[in-house]
Design a protein around this ligand. Structure first.
Ligand code: ATP
Ligand code: MG
Length: 203
């Protein structure tokens, strides 16, 4: 056997072995239930990944709910698209009542609680397949929302419902409750070399 065919034979065998392992793991994962995902860390990609799952769910005709706990200064592309083109998405954003700048704790807490009511409603509705709670972790970190209230609602949601929570921090209890936790690592970000946030990429 020459060198090339020897190499491809080894590759074929390695791939077959790998496939057998993956097939076995797929066969063993037999539980059908919704999952709680936490996307955290300093790297870019938390909210945009959550919106990727929104699109996936919509592809199957599922009902989706999105609650954004921080209203940015800038409109985002996903907000524009979902509001205009996806009436099947129950979309809510913390209103302008949220006052990062003024540090008005009472107003912030009231805004967070009012927004949480929308999330809580979705978390009781088994017809909603996927709920995205974007930037929820900050509400816990700043104690605008009670951790126990939030964790109870997440834990007692309909079994078929999946939830994606995004944001940095959020505490260990949330991560313990979650089925999937991904920490996005900031290796490099264009912003740090002076490149402006890009429409359709960053917002
Ligand atoms: P995205 O919405 O792009 O998925 P994200 O949800 O992970 O980002 P956020 O903390 O919510 O991150 O911030 C959103 C905005 O901040 C985006 O414009 C994103 O490009 C930018 N951003 C995210 N991570 C970093 C970082 N490590 N350094 C600089 N800018 C960042
Ligand atoms: Mg985000």
């Amino acid at each position: 056997m020459n060198n090339t065919s020897d190499k491809s034979e080894r590759h074929r065998k390695a791939m077959a072995k790998q496939k057998a392992k993956v097939d076995q793991r797929i066969a063993e994962a037999a539980t059908e239930q919704g999952v709680l995902l936490v996307l955290t860390g300093n790297g870019k990609g938390k909210s945009s990944s959550a919106f990727g799952m929104v699109v996936r769910s919509l592809g199957y005709g599922y009902k989706v709910g999105v609650v954004q706990f921080i209203k940015g200064k800038q409109l985002s592309g996903e907000e524009l698209y979902v509001r205009e083109k996806c009436p099947e998405v129950d979309f809510h954003q913390m209103g302008t009542g949220f006052t990062w700048n003024t540090q008005d704790r009472e107003a912030d807490t009231a805004a967070a609680l009012a927004t949480w009511e929308e999330a809580a409603r979705m978390l009781r509705d088994e017809s909603v397949h996927l709920v995205v709670l974007d930037e929820l972790t900050y509400m816990l970190a700043y104690k605008y929302l009670d951790e126990e209230l939030v964790l109870n609602a997440l834990a007692n949601r309909p079994p078929s419902q999946s939830v994606v929570v995004t944001g940095r921090g959020g505490g260990s209890a949330l991560q313990e409750l979650a089925d999937t936790v991904t920490e996005l690592k900031d290796v490099k970000h264009a912003f740090k070399s002076g490149i402006k946030a890009r429409k359709g990429v960053d917002y």
